[in-house]
Design a protein around this ligand. Structure first.
Ligand SMILES: Nc1ncnc2c1ncn2[C@@H]1O[C@H](COP(=O)(O)OP(=O)(O)OP(=O)(O)O)[C@@H](O)[C@H]1O
Ligand SMILES: [Mg+2]
Length: 251
C-alpha cells in the first residue's frame, strides 16, 4: 500500500532472470521432462528437489544447452536462449556446474580454472578473475600447480565452482554440489553457496539433501517423473509434512 519505492520490496518483485516454460526433453524413448515450468528471480536461491531419476539433472542440462529441448521456451533476462549452444548460453551469463564436477586429470588446478575462462579473450580480465577465485578459495591458490584430479572431494567441488566463476555468471546452476562430501564439507559447501549468493550470484540448486537445500533457498520446486509436482516458498516446503517425509528422511 505504501508509495515509498523500497518499502516492502521483496525478492518476488525482482527481475525474472530465468524463465522455463513447458519444456520437454527426451533421451530416445525416455521422456525425461514432460513440461517443466519454473522461474528464478535475480538474487534468489531456488532449489529443485526430487527422487533419483525425477529429471533434476536433465532440467539443468536442458536449461544450459547440453540437452536439446523438444518443445517449450527458456529465457534468460528476457532473452530467448532455447536452442542456443552451451558455450553461447555460458557467455550470456548462465553457467552450469555439472554433477560429478568433471575436473580434468593431467591439468593443474590453474589450468582447470583457465578452461573456465576460455571464452574470455582479454588476458588481463582472465588474470583478474583468477585472482578473485584465489581470494575466494585460498586453498586453490596454494594448490595452483597441482594436478586438479588429486584434490580432495571438497577441494574439487571448490575447483568446479571456481571454474564456473571464471565466467562471471549472473546465474549458476549447481547439480548436487554436496554429493560424496563428508558432513563438515557439506556445511562448508553450503556456506560457499550462500556467500556467492550474497555477492550477487543467482543460484539454481539441485540437491538430494532437501533439508540443507531448503535452509538455503528462497523458493523450491519438487520434480516427479519429469513434471513439477509442487512449488512453494522454501519456508512453506520446510513445513510441509509430505515433503519432510518424502525427501528429508528422519535426520
Ligand atoms: N544420457 C541419458 N540417456 C538415457 N537416459 C537418461 C540419460 N540421462 C538421464 N536419463 C534418464 O532420464 C531420467 C531423468 O534422469 P535425471 O538424470 O535427469 O534424474 P535426476 O533427477 O537428476 O536423478 P539423480 O537424483 O539420480 O541424479 C531418468 O529416467 C534417467 O534414467
Ligand atoms: Mg541428477
Amino acid at each position: 500500500m505504501s508509495a515509498q519505492p523500497d518499502e516492502g520490496r521483496t525478492a518476488s518483485d525482482a527481475e525474472l532472470l530465468l524463465e522455463v516454460e513447458a519444456v520437454e526433453a527426451a533421451y530416445g524413448e525416455i521422456h525425461a521432462l514432460r513440461g517443466i515450468d519454473l522461474a528464478v528471480r535475480r538474487g534468489q536461491i531456488v532449489t529443485l528437489l526430487g527422487a533419483n531419476g525425477a529429471g533434476k539433472t536433465t532440467t539443468l542440462k536442458t536449461i544450459s544447452g547440453l540437452v536439446r529441448a523438444l518443445s517449450g521456451r527458456i529465457r534468460l533476462a528476457g532473452r530467448d536462449i532455447t536452442g542456443l549452444k552451451a558455450h553461447e548460453i555460458a557467455r550470456l551469463g548462465l553457467v552450469h556446474v555439472p554433477e560429478g564436477r568433471h575436473i580434468l586429470r593431467g591439468l593443474t588446478v590453474e589450468e582447470n580454472l583457465e578452461l573456465g575462462a576460455f571464452t574470455v579473450r582479454d588476458a588481463a580480465t582472465r588474470r583478474r578473475r583468477l585472482r578473485e577465485v584465489y581470494e575466494q578459495f585460498p586453498i586453490l591458490g596454494e594448490r595452483r600447480g597441482q594436478d586438479g584430479s588429486l584434490l580432495s572431494g571438497g577441494e574439487q567441488q571448490m575447483l568446479a565452482i571456481g571454474r564456473a566463476l571464471m565466467q562471471e555468471p549472473q546465474i549458476l546452476l549447481l547439480d548436487e554440489p554436496s554429493m560424496g562430501l563428508a558432513p563438515k564439507l557439506v556445511t562448508e559447501t553450503m556456506g560457499i553457496i550462500r556467500r556467492l549468493n550474497e555477492g550477487g550470484t543467482t543460484i539454481l540448486l539441485v540437491e538430494q539433501n532437501a533439508r540443507l537445500a531448503l535452509q538455503l533457498a528462497d523458493y523450491g520446486y519438487v520434480l516427479e517423473n519429469g513434471e513439477i509436482r509442487l512449488e512453494n516458498s522454501a519456508e512453506a516446503l520446510r513445513a510441509d509434512r509430505s515433503i519432510v517425509e518424502a525427501y528429508m528422511g528422519s535426520g
